[in-house]
Design a protein around this ligand. Structure first.
Ligand code: PRT
Ligand code: ZN
Length: 283
Protein backbone atom coordinates (compact mmCIF):
# COMPACT_ATOMS: atom_id res chain seq x y z
CA UNK A 1 0.00 0.00 0.00
CA UNK A 2 1.36 3.41 -1.04
CA UNK A 3 0.61 6.54 0.94
CA UNK A 4 0.43 9.64 -1.21
CA UNK A 5 0.24 13.12 0.33
CA UNK A 6 -1.48 15.86 -1.66
CA UNK A 7 -2.65 19.36 -0.79
CA UNK A 8 -5.94 19.48 1.08
CA UNK A 9 -7.10 22.74 -0.45
CA UNK A 10 -5.42 25.36 -2.56
CA UNK A 11 -3.82 25.80 -5.95
CA UNK A 12 -2.44 22.25 -6.24
CA UNK A 13 -5.40 20.28 -4.92
CA UNK A 14 -7.56 19.84 -8.00
CA UNK A 15 -4.74 19.12 -10.44
CA UNK A 16 -3.08 16.65 -8.05
CA UNK A 17 -6.32 14.78 -7.59
CA UNK A 18 -7.10 14.85 -11.32
CA UNK A 19 -3.68 13.49 -12.18
CA UNK A 20 -4.04 10.56 -9.77
CA UNK A 21 -7.53 9.85 -11.04
CA UNK A 22 -6.40 9.98 -14.67
CA UNK A 23 -3.85 7.36 -13.61
CA UNK A 24 -6.83 5.22 -12.65
CA UNK A 25 -6.55 5.39 -8.85
CA UNK A 26 -10.21 6.19 -8.24
CA UNK A 27 -10.12 8.68 -5.37
CA UNK A 28 -13.25 10.37 -4.13
CA UNK A 29 -12.81 14.04 -3.39
CA UNK A 30 -11.70 14.42 0.20
CA UNK A 31 -12.98 17.93 0.85
CA UNK A 32 -13.88 17.21 4.43
CA UNK A 33 -11.63 14.22 4.99
CA UNK A 34 -8.02 13.85 5.96
CA UNK A 35 -7.48 10.61 4.11
CA UNK A 36 -9.13 8.48 1.45
CA UNK A 37 -8.55 5.01 0.05
CA UNK A 38 -8.06 4.68 -3.70
CA UNK A 39 -10.68 2.33 -5.17
CA UNK A 40 -8.54 0.89 -7.99
CA UNK A 41 -4.98 0.96 -6.71
CA UNK A 42 -3.31 -0.06 -3.44
CA UNK A 43 -2.95 3.53 -2.25
CA UNK A 44 -4.15 5.79 0.50
CA UNK A 45 -4.30 9.55 -0.06
CA UNK A 46 -3.47 11.96 2.76
CA UNK A 47 -4.85 15.49 2.41
CA UNK A 48 -2.43 17.95 4.04
CA UNK A 49 -1.21 21.53 3.98
CA UNK A 50 1.50 21.72 1.35
CA UNK A 51 4.03 23.01 3.92
CA UNK A 52 3.66 19.80 5.94
CA UNK A 53 4.16 17.41 3.01
CA UNK A 54 8.01 17.47 2.96
CA UNK A 55 8.21 16.42 6.61
CA UNK A 56 5.64 13.64 6.19
CA UNK A 57 7.52 12.25 3.19
CA UNK A 58 10.94 12.55 4.81
CA UNK A 59 9.67 10.69 7.88
CA UNK A 60 8.06 7.99 5.74
CA UNK A 61 4.55 8.69 7.06
CA UNK A 62 3.81 9.28 3.37
CA UNK A 63 5.78 7.52 0.61
CA UNK A 64 5.01 10.09 -2.07
CA UNK A 65 3.90 13.69 -2.16
CA UNK A 66 2.81 16.23 -4.74
CA UNK A 67 3.81 19.84 -4.05
CA UNK A 68 5.52 22.92 -5.41
CA UNK A 69 9.28 22.79 -5.78
CA UNK A 70 9.48 26.15 -3.97
CA UNK A 71 8.23 24.51 -0.76
CA UNK A 72 10.75 21.66 -1.09
CA UNK A 73 13.66 24.04 -1.57
CA UNK A 74 12.57 26.10 1.42
CA UNK A 75 12.06 23.15 3.76
CA UNK A 76 15.35 21.47 2.85
CA UNK A 77 14.17 17.98 3.73
CA UNK A 78 15.76 14.77 2.48
CA UNK A 79 13.51 13.78 -0.41
CA UNK A 80 13.84 12.52 -3.97
CA UNK A 81 12.15 14.53 -6.71
CA UNK A 82 11.08 11.72 -9.04
CA UNK A 83 8.93 13.56 -11.60
CA UNK A 84 8.22 17.09 -12.72
CA UNK A 85 4.50 17.43 -13.25
CA UNK A 86 4.23 20.56 -15.41
CA UNK A 87 1.46 22.35 -13.51
CA UNK A 88 1.43 25.20 -10.95
CA UNK A 89 4.32 26.82 -12.79
CA UNK A 90 5.55 29.99 -11.11
CA UNK A 91 8.71 31.77 -10.07
CA UNK A 92 10.01 33.14 -6.82
CA UNK A 93 11.13 36.70 -7.49
CA UNK A 94 12.50 39.74 -5.77
CA UNK A 95 10.46 42.87 -6.34
CA UNK A 96 11.00 46.50 -5.36
CA UNK A 97 8.67 49.52 -5.33
CA UNK A 98 8.14 51.20 -8.68
CA UNK A 99 10.38 54.25 -8.97
CA UNK A 100 13.31 52.73 -7.07
CA UNK A 101 16.51 52.92 -9.08
CA UNK A 102 17.42 49.27 -8.94
CA UNK A 103 20.77 48.55 -10.55
CA UNK A 104 21.61 44.94 -9.80
CA UNK A 105 21.53 42.43 -6.95
CA UNK A 106 24.04 44.54 -4.95
CA UNK A 107 21.34 47.18 -4.55
CA UNK A 108 19.94 44.79 -1.91
CA UNK A 109 23.04 45.16 0.31
CA UNK A 110 21.93 46.24 3.80
CA UNK A 111 18.26 46.41 2.77
CA UNK A 112 15.24 44.76 4.39
CA UNK A 113 13.57 41.98 2.38
CA UNK A 114 10.19 40.59 3.42
CA UNK A 115 9.48 37.00 2.40
CA UNK A 116 7.94 33.67 3.40
CA UNK A 117 10.94 31.95 1.80
CA UNK A 118 13.82 33.04 4.02
CA UNK A 119 16.08 30.05 3.35
CA UNK A 120 15.81 30.31 -0.42
CA UNK A 121 16.44 34.08 -0.24
CA UNK A 122 19.38 33.55 2.11
CA UNK A 123 20.96 31.05 -0.31
CA UNK A 124 20.39 33.42 -3.23
CA UNK A 125 21.99 36.37 -1.42
CA UNK A 126 24.92 34.22 -0.27
CA UNK A 127 25.54 33.11 -3.87
CA UNK A 128 25.81 36.76 -4.87
CA UNK A 129 27.82 37.84 -1.83
CA UNK A 130 25.08 40.20 -0.64
CA UNK A 131 24.17 40.84 3.01
CA UNK A 132 20.60 41.86 3.66
CA UNK A 133 18.13 41.75 6.50
CA UNK A 134 15.49 39.09 5.87
CA UNK A 135 12.08 39.54 7.49
CA UNK A 136 10.17 36.29 7.54
CA UNK A 137 6.41 36.86 7.26
CA UNK A 138 3.84 34.23 6.48
CA UNK A 139 1.43 36.07 4.20
CA UNK A 140 0.52 39.31 2.39
CA UNK A 141 4.19 39.83 1.66
CA UNK A 142 3.42 42.24 -1.17
CA UNK A 143 2.12 44.96 1.15
CA UNK A 144 5.36 45.07 3.23
CA UNK A 145 7.13 47.86 1.30
CA UNK A 146 3.97 50.00 1.24
CA UNK A 147 3.66 49.94 5.05
CA UNK A 148 7.35 50.60 5.63
CA UNK A 149 8.20 47.07 6.77
CA UNK A 150 10.71 46.33 4.03
CA UNK A 151 12.59 47.80 1.04
CA UNK A 152 11.98 44.76 -1.15
CA UNK A 153 10.05 41.51 -1.13
CA UNK A 154 10.60 38.00 -2.39
CA UNK A 155 7.40 36.20 -3.29
CA UNK A 156 5.80 33.84 -5.77
CA UNK A 157 4.86 35.39 -9.09
CA UNK A 158 2.72 33.85 -11.76
CA UNK A 159 1.06 36.47 -13.98
CA UNK A 160 2.68 39.46 -12.21
CA UNK A 161 -0.75 41.01 -11.53
CA UNK A 162 -0.36 41.04 -7.73
CA UNK A 163 2.98 42.84 -7.91
CA UNK A 164 1.61 45.38 -10.34
CA UNK A 165 -1.46 46.16 -8.26
CA UNK A 166 0.81 46.75 -5.25
CA UNK A 167 3.12 49.11 -7.12
CA UNK A 168 6.02 46.66 -7.24
CA UNK A 169 8.40 45.69 -10.03
CA UNK A 170 10.04 42.30 -10.43
CA UNK A 171 13.83 42.67 -10.53
CA UNK A 172 15.34 39.21 -9.92
CA UNK A 173 14.12 35.67 -10.53
CA UNK A 174 15.40 33.60 -7.63
CA UNK A 175 14.03 30.19 -8.65
CA UNK A 176 11.51 28.74 -11.09
CA UNK A 177 9.05 26.23 -9.73
CA UNK A 178 6.38 23.74 -10.75
CA UNK A 179 4.51 20.91 -9.07
CA UNK A 180 6.69 17.83 -8.56
CA UNK A 181 6.27 14.29 -7.31
CA UNK A 182 8.56 13.56 -4.37
CA UNK A 183 9.39 10.25 -2.76
CA UNK A 184 10.81 9.05 0.53
CA UNK A 185 14.46 8.06 0.10
CA UNK A 186 14.21 4.62 1.74
CA UNK A 187 11.38 2.76 0.11
CA UNK A 188 10.85 -1.00 0.21
CA UNK A 189 11.12 -3.05 -2.99
CA UNK A 190 7.33 -3.56 -2.93
CA UNK A 191 6.66 0.16 -2.72
CA UNK A 192 9.18 0.90 -5.46
CA UNK A 193 7.37 -1.54 -7.73
CA UNK A 194 4.05 0.22 -7.08
CA UNK A 195 5.69 3.60 -7.72
CA UNK A 196 7.10 2.35 -11.04
CA UNK A 197 3.57 1.36 -12.03
CA UNK A 198 2.24 4.79 -11.06
CA UNK A 199 5.10 6.58 -12.88
CA UNK A 200 4.37 4.61 -16.04
CA UNK A 201 0.78 5.85 -15.87
CA UNK A 202 1.82 9.45 -15.12
CA UNK A 203 4.09 9.39 -18.17
CA UNK A 204 1.20 8.17 -20.34
CA UNK A 205 -1.14 10.86 -19.01
CA UNK A 206 1.42 13.66 -19.39
CA UNK A 207 2.49 12.52 -22.84
CA UNK A 208 -1.15 12.47 -23.93
CA UNK A 209 -1.69 15.98 -22.56
CA UNK A 210 1.24 17.23 -24.65
CA UNK A 211 0.02 15.67 -27.89
CA UNK A 212 -3.00 15.84 -30.20
CA UNK A 213 -4.46 13.32 -32.59
CA UNK A 214 -5.02 14.74 -36.05
CA UNK A 215 -7.12 13.47 -38.98
CA UNK A 216 -7.23 15.10 -42.39
CA UNK A 217 -8.21 14.50 -45.99
CA UNK A 218 -5.48 14.70 -48.60
CA UNK A 219 -5.62 14.57 -52.41
CA UNK A 220 -3.48 11.58 -53.43
CA UNK A 221 -1.24 13.70 -55.63
CA UNK A 222 -0.25 15.77 -52.54
CA UNK A 223 0.04 12.81 -50.17
CA UNK A 224 3.81 12.66 -50.23
CA UNK A 225 4.29 16.32 -49.24
CA UNK A 226 1.63 16.09 -46.54
CA UNK A 227 3.15 12.96 -45.02
CA UNK A 228 6.53 14.70 -45.12
CA UNK A 229 5.21 17.39 -42.77
CA UNK A 230 3.76 14.93 -40.22
CA UNK A 231 5.80 13.23 -37.50
CA UNK A 232 3.43 10.43 -36.31
CA UNK A 233 4.21 7.90 -33.58
CA UNK A 234 5.76 5.49 -36.10
CA UNK A 235 4.54 6.89 -39.39
CA UNK A 236 1.15 8.39 -40.27
CA UNK A 237 -1.75 6.03 -41.01
CA UNK A 238 -3.08 6.47 -44.55
CA UNK A 239 -6.46 5.07 -45.66
CA UNK A 240 -8.32 5.51 -48.94
CA UNK A 241 -11.48 7.64 -48.84
CA UNK A 242 -14.68 6.53 -50.59
CA UNK A 243 -14.10 9.35 -53.11
CA UNK A 244 -11.61 8.44 -55.83
CA UNK A 245 -8.23 10.22 -55.59
CA UNK A 246 -8.42 11.13 -51.86
CA UNK A 247 -7.00 9.62 -48.68
CA UNK A 248 -7.55 10.05 -44.97
CA UNK A 249 -4.35 10.63 -42.99
CA UNK A 250 -4.09 10.14 -39.21
CA UNK A 251 -1.19 11.21 -37.04
CA UNK A 252 -0.08 12.55 -33.65
CA UNK A 253 1.30 16.06 -33.20
CA UNK A 254 3.20 17.57 -30.27
CA UNK A 255 1.42 20.55 -28.76
CA UNK A 256 4.46 22.81 -29.20
CA UNK A 257 4.79 22.31 -33.01
CA UNK A 258 1.06 22.06 -33.51
CA UNK A 259 0.13 25.36 -35.21
CA UNK A 260 3.24 25.46 -37.37
CA UNK A 261 2.44 22.01 -38.77
CA UNK A 262 -1.23 22.87 -39.32
CA UNK A 263 -0.18 25.88 -41.46
CA UNK A 264 2.12 23.66 -43.52
CA UNK A 265 -0.59 21.02 -43.96
CA UNK A 266 -3.06 23.62 -45.25
CA UNK A 267 -0.45 25.05 -47.58
CA UNK A 268 0.13 21.55 -48.96
CA UNK A 269 -3.55 20.96 -49.76
CA UNK A 270 -4.88 19.17 -46.66
CA UNK A 271 -8.62 19.59 -46.06
CA UNK A 272 -11.13 18.74 -43.35
CA UNK A 273 -8.52 18.78 -40.60
CA UNK A 274 -9.83 17.41 -37.28
CA UNK A 275 -7.85 17.70 -34.05
CA UNK A 276 -8.75 15.45 -31.13
CA UNK A 277 -7.39 15.35 -27.57
CA UNK A 278 -5.65 12.12 -26.56
CA UNK A 279 -6.55 10.60 -23.22
CA UNK A 280 -3.59 8.25 -22.67
CA UNK A 281 -0.49 7.71 -24.77
CA UNK A 282 1.68 4.62 -24.32
CA UNK A 283 4.78 4.24 -26.42
O1 PRT B 1 -2.97 25.87 2.64
P1 PRT B 1 -1.67 25.48 2.05
O2 PRT B 1 -0.48 25.82 2.93
O3 PRT B 1 -1.68 24.04 1.59
O4 PRT B 1 -1.52 26.33 0.68
P2 PRT B 1 -0.71 27.66 0.39
O5 PRT B 1 -1.60 28.82 0.65
O6 PRT B 1 0.63 27.63 1.03
O7 PRT B 1 -0.40 27.49 -1.16
P3 PRT B 1 -1.26 27.82 -2.47
O8 PRT B 1 -2.38 26.86 -2.61
O9 PRT B 1 -1.55 29.27 -2.59
O10 PRT B 1 -0.12 27.48 -3.56
C1 PRT B 1 0.42 26.21 -3.64
C2 PRT B 1 1.58 26.23 -4.63
O11 PRT B 1 1.14 26.69 -5.91
C3 PRT B 1 2.72 27.18 -4.30
O12 PRT B 1 3.60 26.65 -3.32
C4 PRT B 1 3.40 27.33 -5.65
O13 PRT B 1 4.26 26.24 -5.88
C5 PRT B 1 2.23 27.23 -6.64
N1 PRT B 1 1.80 28.51 -7.24
C6 PRT B 1 1.67 28.73 -8.59
C7 PRT B 1 1.47 29.66 -6.60
C8 PRT B 1 1.13 30.59 -7.59
N2 PRT B 1 1.26 29.99 -8.82
C9 PRT B 1 0.73 31.92 -7.20
N3 PRT B 1 0.44 32.74 -8.07
N4 PRT B 1 1.40 29.99 -5.30
C10 PRT B 1 1.02 31.22 -4.93
N5 PRT B 1 0.69 32.20 -5.83
C11 PRT B 1 0.29 33.53 -5.21
C12 PRT B 1 1.50 34.36 -4.76
O14 PRT B 1 1.85 34.05 -3.42
C13 PRT B 1 1.00 35.78 -4.92
O15 PRT B 1 0.25 36.19 -3.79
O16 PRT B 1 -0.38 34.33 -6.14
C14 PRT B 1 0.06 35.68 -6.09
C15 PRT B 1 0.81 36.03 -7.33
O17 PRT B 1 0.10 35.67 -8.47
P4 PRT B 1 0.09 36.60 -9.77
O18 PRT B 1 -0.59 35.78 -10.81
O19 PRT B 1 -0.67 37.85 -9.41
O20 PRT B 1 1.54 36.89 -10.14
ZN1 ZN C 1 1.35 26.39 2.27
Amino acid sequence: MLRIAIQKSGRLQEKSLNLLNECGLGIDNGKSELKALARNFPAEILFLRDDDIPQYVEDGVADLGILGENVILEKKKKLDIIERLGFAKCRLSIAVPKGVEYTNVHWLEGKKIATSYSRIVQDFLARHGVNADIHEISGSVEIAPGIGLADAICDIVSTGGTLMSNGLIEVETVIKSEAVLVANTQLSVEKKALIDKLMFRIAAVNKAANNKYILLNAPNNKLEQIIGVLPGMKSPTVMPLAIEGWSSVHSVLAEEDFWEIIHQLKANGAQGILVIPIEKMIL
